[in-house]
Design a protein around this ligand. Sequence first.
Ligand code: AMP
Ligand code: ZN
Length: 113
Amino acid sequence: MADCVFCRIASGDLKARIVRETPELVAFMDLNPQAPTHILIIPRKHTASLAACKAEDEALLGKIQLLAAEIAAELGVSGGFRLVTNCGRGAGQSVDHLHYHLLGGRRMNWPPG
Ligand code: AMP
Ligand code: ZN
């Protein structure tokens, strides 16, 4: 999708501070970090949100979680990190390409805002 900012990052058309790439996923630093560690993990394939995922995406969703845990370990935040996807405007989703926020490096509050 040419007009999707995360598709453009996945294709290399738009620059980002990429931390990991796999054949199916890209992880890069959030432009507006909300924690000392704030990485976004996206599938290369355009999917609007978790709500748009189908049974065929099951493995992909699992890979996102496993990659998040790997990156958390690499960045030294295994002891306290959060993985979150905002799904829909009501939850604060602003980019309509499935993405997970990996947040760490500070105390996380619960319940989230
Ligand atoms: P959400 O509000 O859950 O949809 O999250 C979108 C996230 O994408 C926000 O945290 C933004 O700071 C981040 N973001 C938007 N554009 C870019 C970009 N070009 N590079 C890196 N992060 C971005
Ligand atoms: Zn996209």
